[in-house]
Design a binder for this molecule. Structure first.
Ligand code: PHE
Length: 440
């Protein structure tokens, strides 16, 4: 089992900021820049944002703390960590299902995440090379359909994205993850701020964007908005699939879990809100529809880039930003599996990463073919991509999150968690009440 390789057990991030960088990198991704604006658009704006914020505060933050605390307590990959805890606590080994489900979710999410990240790389390239220059929205939409219809083009970019992910992951947590994150995260902030500056100063629609996102009109809220807001809160904070548990295993004991969890949740929320404030004013300025769904970035926003002054440069920067955000999340999606494989079968990290990446790449082809129409099989009336998306966001992540909360709140010894969280007794009781009651 686990104890085999002591070098793994003792590995920690090199300084106290790295966990925060890594967790924020994991959290901030396509969920913030691509999904948050379009579902906010679909669900009508402010009221949806309010529910989403409540979900982040009351469920997201406590769960984020729970995952990190479990990881740091065991200092092992999620599966082996939970296995070790069930032994220590003398409880059923069935709890290991948390680790298995986590690895499966990460694997499945990455398979489609990589395809969509690939689209943004493709867009960055096309904007840079002037493909979209001066196109009207109808032609931009045609370009998007063209990319969707072409399996080879999507496969090429999906492959490129997986290769970069593989490269960073294989180099290990210090030379790969840390180094990569130290470059990616500041770049991400800078690019987003440039885009925000543009949307504030140049679109003339910034106030309308603000108003759309923050004026709360409950009459526009539908019942479906609540599970959607909850699912989005889990997805965006990378919860329910043990990514932060895997990162928590490398967190130095001196770091404060609570403070870090708050900061990560706040950073993630700020990035989502800023993304909305970048996207909506541009969409309004060009008379486009905020509720146009997953195509919001790839059709509406791109139509705007195609026509604004220096739009190609801004568009290029924007899609590089999307790609970087996706990359810093992708490395956390494979970490639970890769860490487990190196502990378990004692193969090198490089070998483990290659095996996992090839498998993820292959499953990703299912998503490519469901967009290109080459793979028409339908399961429960969903195509392959919709099925994987539904299975992960609506079933595996919420279920995983619930099991983790029950495990941390009811199964683990109070003192174990208390030591890790190091909170005042009042706050600790609040945390415990939230994980024990709210999730089940
Ligand atoms: N949080 C990431 C995003 O918002 C997605 C993700 C989910 C990453 C689960 C890791 C684990 O895009």
């Amino acid at each position: 089992m686990s104890g085999k390789n002591p070098a793994i057990a003792k590995k920690t991030w090199s300084n106290r900021w790295t966990f925060m960088l890594a967790a924020a990198g994991s959290a901030i991704g396509l969920g913030n820049i691509w999904k948050f604006p379009y579902i906010t658009g679909e669900y009508g704006g402010g009221a949806f944002v309010l529910i989403y914020l409540i979900c982040i505060a009351v469920m997201g933050i406590p769960l984020l703390m729970a995952e990190t605390a479990i990881g740091r307590n065991t200092r092992l990959s999620p599966l082996n960590g939970i296995k070790k805890l069930t032994g220590e606590l003398g409880v059923s080994r069935l709890w290991q299902v948390i680790g298995w489900m986590g690895m499966l979710s990460g694997f499945l999410i990455l398979s489609f995440y990589s395809v969509i990240a690939g689209w943004s790389l493709s867009y960055a390239w096309d904007l840079l090379t002037g493909v979209f220059h001066g196109m009207n929205p109808a032609r931009v939409s045609g370009e998007f359909s063209g990319l969707m219809a072409s399996a080879p083009r999507q496969i090429m970019w999906h492959t490129a994205f997986m290769l970069i992910t593989l490269f960073i992951t294989a180099r290990g947590i210090h030379k790969g993850l840390e180094k990569g994150l130290q470059v990616m995260m500041p770049a991400l902030f800078l690019l987003l701020l440039i885009m925000l500056g543009y949307s504030m100063l140049e679109t003339g629609q910034f106030m309308r964007g603000l108003d759309f996102m923050f004026s709360i009109d409950f009459s526009r809220l539908t019942a479906a908005a609540i599970p959607a807001a909850l699912g989005q809160a889990f997805f965006t904070l990378s919860l329910g699939m043990c990514a932060l548990m895997a990162y928590g295993a490398y967190m130095p004991s001196s770091n404060s879990i609570a403070r870090t969890a708050f900061s990560v949740a706040i950073l993630d929320t700020i990035m989502a809100v800023i993304s909305g404030l970048v996207v909506f004013p541009i969409v309004f300025a060009y008379g486009l529809e905020p509720g146009s769904g997953p195509g919001l970035l790839f059709v509406s926003l791109t139509a705007a880039f195609a026509n604004m002054p220096m739009g190609e440069w801004f568009g290029f920067l924007f899609f590089v930003l999307v790609g970087l955000a996706a990359l810093s999340s992708a490395i956390s999606l494979v970490e639970p599996v890769v860490a487990w494989m190196t502990e378990r079968v004692n193969i090198s990290r490089t070998m483990a990463t290659v095996l996992v990446s090839v498998a993820v790449w292959l499953v990703g082809l299912g998503t490519v073919f469901s967009f290109s129409g080459d793979f028409e099989v339908r399961f429960f009336d969903k195509n392959f991509f919709e099925l994987v998306d539904f299975l992960t966001s609506s079933i595996l992540l919420p279920l995983g999150g619930m099991l983790i909360a029950i495990f941390a709140g009811w199964i683990m010894k109070r003192s174990m968690i208390m030591n890790e969280l190091a909170l005042s007794i009042g706050l600790f009781n609040l945390w415990r009440a939230m994980t024990r009651q709210l999730f089940p």
